[in-house]
Design a protein around this ligand. Sequence first.
Ligand code: ZN
Length: 285
Amino acid sequence: MLDPLDPPSLGQPLIISAALTGSRPTKAQNPNLPVTEEEIAAAAVEAAAAGAAIVHLHMRDDQEKVTCDPNRYAKTRDLIRAEGCDVVINMSTGGGAGQTTDEQRAEPVTLSPEIASFDCGSLNFGAGVFVNAPGFLSKLAASMIEFGVRPEIECFEPGHVANGLRFIHDNAIEPPYWFQMVLGVRGGSPGTIQQLIHMVQMLPPGALWSACGIGRAQLPIGVAAMTMGGHVRTGLEDNLYYHKGELATSNAQLVARLARIAGELGRPVATPGQAREMLGIPALV
Ligand code: ZN
């Protein structure tokens, strides 16, 4: 079991995930946000070159509104691969609160992405409510097994971790277990190291975990996760700024910062191939 209170896990490869777009940010907030399939694919390739082993994708329609359209997901995946980029692809099933149905949210899973998000509970989310009802999650988990998809068990607060443990107990999620702690959403756990430690301590032996902080919590939570032996997510989905008041120029810029810090901390940055091995994902053919 990864002991979060152990000193830094020197030498352990670090998986960096880049959450490129998200469902909420807009180009009006940061013109560098990728929203078309071409822009998202280019951002993925650039983030991978900067050190991301995984890219986490959301799709947008022609009005920049979130969509779960599997054709857009497939097109983006194909554009990334056409560049010869082997980054691990994680497709969101989050949809947009009140904008997408449960059926639409599950559609990307039918593309057999290497990873798909599994939002392990409901919560207030900013001014809205992010609903992940038990029946929806049960169907989604079964679908991920059917299509050979590694679930990324996204937890916005400790109750979501407990819910994930139930799915694991019921064999509805298969090992290796891959958790993503998302801290700092308004309505979820605050973006503090205390919260991160608490949630990580709930994990079963052998579980792999990553963490991301929203907004100003992005860098502190990322560095904490690295020093605790976890993995880390960054990107414009979670934070549009590089420094307070200074917009990030790209997802790759945020990835490169973490890769630099990882080097200083003695954590080699994992390649996509190493990430696949750790997460039990078949090698690309
Ligand atoms: Zn997402």
